[in-house]
Structures are given as C-alpha cells and as structure tokens.
Design a protein around this ligand. Structure first.
Ligand code: PEP
Ligand code: MG
Length: 326
C-alpha cells in the first residue's frame, strides 16, 4: 500500500470524477519542511507559530520571527503558506511569560484573546509576518476568534502595521490573504456574517469538537464524548463551508479530522476545499480521494447532518460506502 501511495507524491489531488481539491500540511517549525515536500503537500495549511515562542528563552524578536516565516514561505516555492498567529494559553505556556493562573484555561485568555490583551507582542508578530509576505504566497490566520468584534480588532491592528511598513517603503506580498480559524462554536454559528470579513476560513476541529461536545480534548475519561462525526459537529462544519461558499471565499480544515479516513468522505461531500493534516497522512488521503466519486457521495453530507442521530450511524454510513468503493 505504501508503495502505491508513493506514486501519488507528485500527482494532483483529484477525485475519481476529476474534481480537484488541495491537500496541505500542518507544521510546527521550519524543520518540518522536508517532510512537507517529501509527501507532496500542495500548501502549508497551518503553521503553528506558538512553537517558535515555546522553543525560545525569551520572546522571539521581530527579525527572528521574520527569518522563520520567510524560510517556510520560500521553501514552498510559490505555494500558499497559512501562518497562524500565536495560540498561547490553554495548555501552552511560556516560562518567560508569567500569566495569571486560570480556573479553566481552555475557556480563558488564550490565542487571539491573549494577543489582543498584549498588543505590542501581537504587533511584533504581525510586522514579521507582513515583511515575510513579500517572499511568496502568505495567508495570515487568527486563532480562536469567537466574535466579529475580535476579528475586526485583529484586522484593524494588522492594517495599521501594514500601513506603517508601506510608508517606510517595506514591500508587502500582493497575494496576501487574511483568514480566521473556525474553532469556537459561536464563530461556526455566525460563519455567514464572519465570511464577509475574511479571505478564507480554516476549521479547527480539535477545538471545535471539544467546545461543541463540552469534552476536554486531552481527557481520556470523556474521550467517548469527543466525537468528530457527531451530527452536531457536522452541522457546524457544513454551515461553515456553505457560508464560505455563499460569500465567495474558500474553506479549509486544519484539525485532525481533515486527515481522518472516516471523516474525509463526509467532508468531501460537503465540498470542503482544502484538507490540511500532518504530512505523513497526505498520501493516504490523496489515495482515498482518488477512489471517491463526488456524484456517488452527493447525499452523504445531508444524511450525516440531518438523518443520522449519532456518530456511530455516520461511521457506519462511511464504512458501508467504503465497502462499495474498495
Ligand atoms: C484545532 O483546534 O483544530 C487546531 C488545528 O488548532 P490546535 O490543534 O493547534 O489547537
Ligand atoms: Mg485549536
């Protein structure tokens, strides 16, 4: 099987009926780039920049960040790189940043909340990103957006930093896109409004599932409730994709579900545009995509969202489908 997958390394990601989608890689540091290219990723769909902060003894400087972002962007040779602004807080801490203890860190000052409460640190990262944008095709992505006001605030700060750089004569990439993660249920519900304010969405199922099901993503005792294929989760995903398309923007997914063989046919049926996953999953999913005909799975999305009552029923729908395909 591995040998079969290897052959797909330089092939485009297409379905049996010739529809083209993007399979991208998730990375944590520029050191992950060899794996990205060895597995034939068509983009970097998520660069988790918090590792740059976590692997450092003090806040990384603007130049240090710029170098790391530029290395990844140049390493993709014109293919898009989505870089997410720092997602610190929750379970991710920095030794050199003394933040107040919280009762519920995953519901506390995390990701964009922390950035908006510490604007200078946020602005430094945005300047590094804007400068790096000149070296390829960059998407800047905000994590954990829960309200349209947070998104507008983040965008306003980005555009202020951009204007200041332009005034100084610094070159900014002309292909720059600005997007947000959909990983807070409130954002998924209001995706139709948020879609008017961004160039793309990327669905973060790791958190979206945890917040929708109220089940800690790291707690084994509630892992039975952490259900990617639960119809409630799928309705939020479908609503997000539909809202994106109705507003003329593209929608990706960078949570684990994008590389999950059970979830994949359902997501394909919903018309998700980009699937971003760990590099080692890319060829498996590209091979699965090649076997699926979008005409045969047209009804799958609606069935999974509105007829099925449980995640188990959806797992059965997909396993029955796969028996016919294989
Ligand atoms: C997610 O929540 O699905 C996601 C991609 O972000 P992270 O796993 O870094 O929280
Ligand atoms: Mg997340």
């Amino acid at each position: 099987q591995k040998a079969e997958w290897e052959k797909l390394k330089d092939e485009p990601s297409v379905t049996a009926d010739g529809k083209k989608f993007t399979i991208a890689a998730n990375i944590g540091t520029p050191n992950d780039m060899p794996g990205v290219n060895d597995n034939g990723a068509e983009a970097v769909g998520l660069y988790r920049t918090e590792f740059l902060y976590m692997d450092s003894k003090d806040f990384p400087t603007e130049d240090e960040q710029f170098e790391a972002y530029k290395e990844v962007i140049e390493g993709m040779h014109g293919k898009q790189v989505i870089i997410r602004t720092m997602d610190i807080g929750g379970d991710k801490h920095l030794d050199y940043w003394d933040l107040p203890e919280e009762m519920n860190p995953f519901l506390g000052v995390r990701a964009i909340r922390l950035s908006l409460q510490n604007e200078e640190i946020f602005r430094t990262q945005l300047r590094a990103l804007l400068r790096a944008s000149a070296y390829g095709k960059l998407g800047i992505m905000f994590p954990m957006i829960g309200t349209i006001n947070e998104l507008r605030k983040a965008k306003a700060i980005l555009s202020e930093e951009k204007d200041k750089l332009v005034e100084k004569g610094v070159k900014i990439g002309s292909d720059l896109e600005v997007g947000m993660m959909i990983e807070v249920p409130a954002a998924a519900v209001l995706a139709d409004q948020l879609a008017k304010e961004v160039d793309f969405f990327s669905i973060g199922t790791n958190d979206l599932i945890q917040y929708t099901m109220a089940a800690d993503r790291g707690n084994d005792n509630v892992s039975y409730l952490y259900q990617p294929a639960n119809p409630s989760v799928l309705r939020l995903i479908k609503h997000t994709i539909d809202a994106a398309h109705e507003n003329g923007i593209w929608c990706g997914m960078c949570g684990e579900a994008a590389g999950d063989s059970t979830m994949f046919p359902i997501l394909l049926s919903m018309g998700l545009d980009e699937y971003s996953m760990s590099a080692t999953s890319i060829l498996r999913i590209r091979s699965l995509m090649k076997k699926l005909d979008t005409n045969d799975i047209k009804e799958l999305a609606n069935k999974a969202c509105y007829v099925s009552e449980t995640a188990e029923e959806n797992e059965k729908l997909v396993s029955d489908l796969m028996k016919k395909v294989n």
